[in-house]
Design a protein around this ligand. Structure first.
Ligand code: ATP
Length: 238
């Protein structure tokens, strides 16, 4: 579904991603793990068109993403839940979800948007209670739910999540990971970037390890969970 070949991303003279290749098949849940500054967010920004000037190849469902604008990439079926949530703080919860549905409105699929509101509210009942509250006044966990809900409003075929567990209490993290698993079981393909490597690998089919911009290891999640180098660097103690 997604194929990345020899991707190189730079910020001026700083090379953040050095020749990375990866693939995500339809229906898979794939994790990318790595330390701070490894280049994980940069890789996701390139996929979503938010970073220009990358070299290499990013192909989604046989479509070359090179030069495509972020809205065109969303229309092609990729939605992102960005690092730090990036919700629209001065807007209500409902209006944030409507913003996520922008491409659906553009396609004239208004009745499907109503269905999608219900789907998101069922997944995150707290958002129904808070529908008219300003998004900036939500708790961190509620904001993360909103960021995921907003991404789902575009009916993505590939959902890309950048560190959804960041800064959240363990119970909320567990809930968010359950939601990610549910979405995958409903047919959404998922690319997950996480520092919480153990939790991410536990729900993934396969994983990639990114170190200082290079992909140093890949394998099934089960293999990575017992790999000595991965354990030492990313998993800590059980
Ligand atoms: P984290 O887990 O801390 O978010 P990451 O793996 O997502 O880290 P990136 O944010 O992709 O890492 O950063 C990769 C490298 O690129 C880092 O060395 C970072 O300092 C650099 N970098 C990121 N954004 C910029 C920018 N806008 N300008 C210059 N350098 C940047």
């Amino acid at each position: 579904m997604l194929r990345i070949k020899n991707l190189k991303c730079s910020y001026g003279s700083i090379v953040a991603v050095h020749g990375v290749s990866l693939s995500v098949k339809k229906g898979e849940l794939i994790s990318i793990i790595g330390a701070n500054g490894a280049g994980k967010s940069t890789l996701l920004l390139a996929i979503c068109g938010l970073l220009k000037n990358w070299e290499g190849e990013i192909v989604f469902q046989d479509k070359d993403l090179k030069g495509m604008s972020p809205p065109a990439i969303v229309r092609s079926g990729i939605s992102m839940v960005p690092e730090g949530r990036q919700i629209f703080s001065p807007l209500s919860v409902m209006d944030n979800l409507k913003m996520g549905a922008y491409t659906m409105y553009r396609k004239g699929l208004k009745s499907q948007v109503e269905e999608d509101f219900d789907m998101v509210m069922e997944m995150f009942p707290i958002l129904r209670e808070r529908a008219h509250q300003l998004a900036g006044t939500l708790s961190g966990g509620e904001q993360q739910m909103l960021a995921i809900g907003r991404a789902l409003m575009a009916r993505p075929r590939l959902l890309v999540l950048d560190e959804p567990s960041m800064g959240l209490a363990p119970k909320i993290v567990e809930m968010i990971f359950n939601v990610i698993t549910t979405l995958q079981s409903q047919g959404v393909t998922i690319l997950l970037v996480e520092q919480n490597a153990r939790a991410a690998l536990k729900i993934s089919h396969r994983g990639y390890v990114l170190e200082t911009g290079k992909m140093v290891l890949q394998g099934s999640a089960d293999e990575l969970l017992v790999d000595d180098d991965v354990k030492r660097a990313y998993l800590g103690r059980d």
